[in-house]
Design a protein around this ligand. Structure first.
Ligand SMILES: [Zn+2]
Ligand SMILES: [Zn+2]
Length: 417
């Protein structure tokens, strides 16, 4: 959270005019926020590959960090899924797109129109306030590969959509992509901020494409049938756990004010009234989330992904003899894996192997073939299929494995150790 946003939110929380916020109160807020662990919650809004089904919508998931909401991919129907979910739409301020296959991006412009008060314009002679938009202050930031800016610009332009707030697109450029330019001859849309960056790889990675001191996001290419990206969300180190029994008797014994506990909580060294030095606990690593797009081999992201607290990996197809009645007699695991890879996708076993390689603590499988209904619909065969898919990944992954379904929420906790 940036300084200004934090100031505004603090004021909203306190119910005061933010211009009246004094320096000492800001300082207190920052001291408190440093030791605060913000909730991190993933909610799946669409878990289907290619074609949606009655139980799975197209790809999209939300990540709530504190009160901010970020989306990863934004397939057809995302806006409707959001309305049916616990996610607060008005809190969405960033969208990260993994690749430009339609099942991952067809929902972007309808969502922009919904979030940013879109309109189809006004009749001749009427004045549309949207034409006086401050494009230098975008409400939504969008990240994606080359073509993201052109796609959104074209979609808004050709549907005569104007927005009530601006958006900006930052593109992750691959080495073979043009380094500059917008990849379209269309003029910049009137709602589009000119501040969109074209971010180049360094050593095969896009490190720290955004950072606000508390959270940083990096990205790397992953292998699919088209240019595709995986994202890594890194939380800054968290304060260590304070055992009050270790410190408070010492403060009392030396008649040292209790307010030094704040410094102790931040891991600082403090000097007590009798000259004794106490050390605060060491910082703990922050949480790391690895959110992959479609892939048959995500190994280029491995250097960024090691020791992830959560890995979200696709598992489009599985070999399920004796479980899925549609399994053909001539199919083997090898033939299914080869076919799945040839389409740019993974099996549960491949996802499990990558989770093991990066020592992930939790693996959530996602992006299932339309054949595999979500398991909560009371269908025994569907439940058995999803349990078997989970088991196939877990047999290799050596960590907790969960199968995503639409509207599943998962809280990423800070490990006790
Ligand atoms: Zn897909
Ligand atoms: Zn794809």
């Amino acid at each position: 959270m940036g300084f200004i946003a934090a100031r505004l939110r603090l004021c909203v929380a306190l119910g005061i005019n933010h211009h009246r916020l004094t320096a000492p109160s800001l300082k207190r807020f920052y001291m408190a926020s440093k030791t605060q662990v913000h909730p991190m919650e993933i909610t799946f809004l669409g878990t289907a590959s290619a074609v949606p089904s009655s139980t799975r919508s197209h790809s999209c998931l939300s990540l709530r960090i504190g009160s901010d909401v970020w989306l990863f991919d934004c397939g057809e129907g995302t806006q409707r899924q959001l309305q049916r979910s616990v996610v607060k739409m008005g809190r969405i301020n960033r969208i990260f797109l993994t690749h430009l296959h339609g099942d991952h991006i067809f929902g972007v412009t309808p969502l922009l129109a919904g979030l940013l008060n879109g309109s189809g314009g006004v009749t001749e002679g009427e004045e549309d306030p949207r034409q006086f938009l401050d494009v230098n202050n975008p409400a939504i930031e969008i990240y994606g590969p080359l073509g993201t800016r052109a796609y959104i610009r074209s979609s808004l332009t050709h549907t005569y959509t104007t927005l009530g707030s601006a958006y900006v697109v930052h593109e992750l450029r691959f080495p073979d992509d043009p380094k500059t330019g917008d990849f379209t001859n269309l003029r910049r849309h009137r709602s589009e901020s000119p501040s969109g960056r074209n971010i180049q790889q360094v050593d095969g990675l896009w490190r720290d494409i955004l950072t606000d001191g508390r959270i940083s996001v990096s990205a790397a290419p992953i292998q699919h049938s088209v240019p595709c990206v995986g994202y890594v969300v890194n939380e800054a180190p968290l304060p260590g756990k304070v055992d009050p029994q270790k410190y408070i008797p010492e403060l009392k014994r030396t008649n040292t004010p209790m307010k030094v506990m704040r410094d102790i909580q931040e891991g600082k060294r403090v000097k007590l009234n009798d000259g004794t030095i106490l050390e605060g606990p060491q910082n703990r690593p922050g949480r790391k989330l690895v959110i992959l797009g479609d892939t048959y081999d995500p190994s280029p992201i491995e250097p960024l992904a090691l020791d992830a607290h959560l890995l979200i990996h696709e598992a489009t197809n599985a070999h399920l003899p004796g479980v899925d009645s549609r399994t053909k007699e001539e199919d083997t695991y090898e033939s299914i894996e080869a076919r799945t890879k040839s389409r740019g996708h993974s099996t549960p076993q491949m996802a499990g192997a990558f989770a093991k390689r990066i020592r992930a603590r939790t693996l959530i499988l996602n992006h299932f073939s339309t054949k595999y209904a979500a398991d909560e619909d009371g269908d025994d065969e569907a439940k058995l299929i999803m349990d078997t898919i989970r088991g196939q990944a877990a047999g290799i992954a050596d960590c907790e494995v969960i199968c995503a379904r639409d509207f599943l929420s998962h809280t990423v906790v800070v490990p006790a150790d």
